[in-house]
Design a protein around this ligand. Structure first.
Ligand SMILES: [Zn+2]
Length: 173
């Protein structure tokens, strides 16, 4: 007698797939051909008709942690890794600005570094990146010269309006 297929996930109004099956170390896992594998990867491969390497990682694009809808994922790239590393770097910069007094020279050096490293990644429209830069610039103003303050204010204004327009676009989808 054929066993009735168990429901593996349910879908919400966002088309996100919420896993109902097996879990291992916080990851949705599925057993196919006697092998236990990542459910997220399994569905991604099925849906996109691709073979992923063991080293390939998927990046969630819908913002819902735990979602396993293959249409809400893409393969993580070197750019993604650089983005994550840059956000971590901004966090460290922020912490040092909070703890240590800076000279305008140090602020000039820091803003140049942020422009060189973080600004090119703004094309990713990552909210966390924008907020990380704004936080650093806000703190930098405490130690900045008048000229630097004008520049920092201008950048912050631009970054915050960019953040708003990204959030607006995300809402209207
Ligand atoms: Zn989703």
């Amino acid at each position: 007698m054929a066993r009735k297929a168990k429901q593996l996930y349910f879908t919400d109004g966002n088309d996100c797939w919420h896993w109902l099956g097996q879990m291992k170390s916080g990851e949705a896992v599925i057993t196919r051909n006697g092998k236990r594998r990542s459910a997220k990867k399994y569905f991604y491969q099925q849906h996109h008709q691709v073979e992923l390497d063991a080293s390939d990682r998927l990046k969630n694009t819908c913002g819902h942690k735990g979602c396993i809808n293959p249409a809400h994922h893409r393969v993580r790239t070197d750019d993604d890794r650089e983005l994550t590393a840059t956000k971590q770097w901004l966090y460290i910069l922020k912490s040092s600005l909070e703890k240590t007094e800076q000279t305008p020279q140090q602020i000039a050096f820091m803003t140049t570094n942020i422009r060189n490293r973080a600004f090119p990644l703004l094309k990713s429209n990552d909210i966390g990146l924008i907020r990380g830069i704004v936080k650093c610039f806000q703190l930098a103003r405490t130690y900045a010269s008048d000229v630097q303050t004008v520049w920092l204010n201008k950048q912050m204004k631009w970054l915050i309006s960019k953040e708003h327009s990204i959030l607006k676009t995300a809402d209207s989808v």
